[in-house]
Design a protein around this ligand. Structure first.
Ligand SMILES: O=C(O)CCC(=O)C(=O)O
Ligand SMILES: [Fe+2]
Length: 341
């Protein structure tokens, strides 16, 4: 029997159905086996896909036709030589010379470092600011994210193989959420084939019927799934199953520096597995809007941005004694070698 708090929060949980909420574990309505057997999750997914397609259609003028078609076919774009060489060199120098407060997280064999490129930091980075707030970069994120919304920006450093441990949680195939959404990486250095290149299952942003049937099955028991992230709505899938859903082989992207990789991460993807120690530095961006809005109207930014969000997360972690592993690590540069204790 559900506890009284669950009943008290029922209106909040119901209202959340109208937004991007995705956690089967934390919302008893979203996680209800009965409702999901009846098709609640799949209904939300179908409706979100339809609304997203409509918003994208209204933004299609933002991209040259070959790019639009390649994205619509594959669910991601690889844009080598994204910036003119001088502009890339200026941006790269600014970013690599940054020395500022960073957040770090060690998971499995990977250490991830994030430096927010919010107003506070971008103010001192004129070349990066010009590119990242410029119309080309913003247009790609608006179209693929299907919202007129500035993405959150970070310098992301991924250090693979920092300790003897299984791969990190991002290295299992998964979808990030149930609705069209965007993430991108503007790589500042090369990512070689044996390293942790972004890997995407082409076409999986447009689910096959077998994919939808699989997702319905998973949604029924997801609230109690052994895999925490599946329970939280980022469904994990085994590689053999991808094949059974009718998708082609995943593509692991090895890229040269100055390549932009941008994807709808509601399709299946993972961080590629690195054969040894490797590091990957990129400007990382993501944006998420309301899945069900029929129009791509400009979205307001949350006051305080990502720092306010992190402060709230840290406060909650202190209160409950259960953090998610992320912490302010002190002043770092993107390429500072990881210190693992
Ligand atoms: O870093 C990567 O290559 C992909 C990680 C991932 O799955 C994500 O950021 O959603
Ligand atoms: Fe992901």
């Amino acid at each position: 029997m559900a506890n009284p708090l669950t009943w008290l929060l029922a209106p909040v949980h119901l209202l959340a159905l109208l937004g991007p909420a995705k956690s089967f574990r934390d919302n008893p309505v979203l996680g209800s086996p009965g409702l999901n057997r009846a098709g609640l999750h799949i209904l939300r997914k179908r409706f979100a896909l339809r609304s997203g397609a409509r918003r994208r259609a209204s933004l299609s003028h933002l991209l040259p036709r070959p790019e639009r078609e390649a994205f619509e076919r594959d669910g991601f774009l690889v844009l080598p030589d994204f910036l003119p060489p001088a502009e890339f060199a200026a941006l790269k120098a600014e970013i690599l010379n940054l020395s500022t407060a960073a957040r770090e997280f060690v998971d499995g064999y990977t250490m991830t470092r994030l430096i927010p490129l919010d107003e506070t930091n971008l103010r001192h980075l004129p070349a990066s600011r010009r590119v990242l707030l410029g119309s080309r970069y913003q247009a790609l994120h608006a179209f693929i994210g299907s919202h007129r919304q500035r993405p959150h920006l970070f310098v992301q450093s991924i250090f693979s193989g920092v300790r003897a441990a299984p791969v990190d949680v991002q290295s299992h195939f998964h979808v990030d959420t149930f609705h069209p959404t965007v993430k991108s990486w503007l790589f500042l250095n090369e990512v070689a084939p044996g390293e942790a290149g972004f890997t995407y299952v082409p076409g999986s942003h447009c689910p096959t019927r077998r994919h939808l049937a699989w997702e319905r099955r998973v949604s029924i028991t997801a609230a109690r799934h052994n895999d925490r992230l599946t329970g939280e709505g980022s469904l994990r899938i085994e590689p053999e199953m991808l094949n059974r859903l009718g998708y082609p082989a995943p593509r692991k992207l090895s890229v040269a520096a100055n390549t932009l990789v941008i994807a709808d991460t509601s399709g299946f993807h993972r961080r590629g597995i690195s054969e040894g120690a490797a590091s990957r530095i990129a400007i990382w961006a993501y944006a998420r809007g309301n899945p069900f809005l029929p129009w791509a109207i400009p979205t307001l930014r949350i006051p305080g941005g990502v720092r306010a969000f992190w402060a709230a997360q840290d406060a909650l972690a202190r209160l409950t004694g259960r953090g998610n592993g992320w912490r302010w690590a002190g002043v770092r540069s993107p390429a500072t070698a990881p210190a693992i204790d």
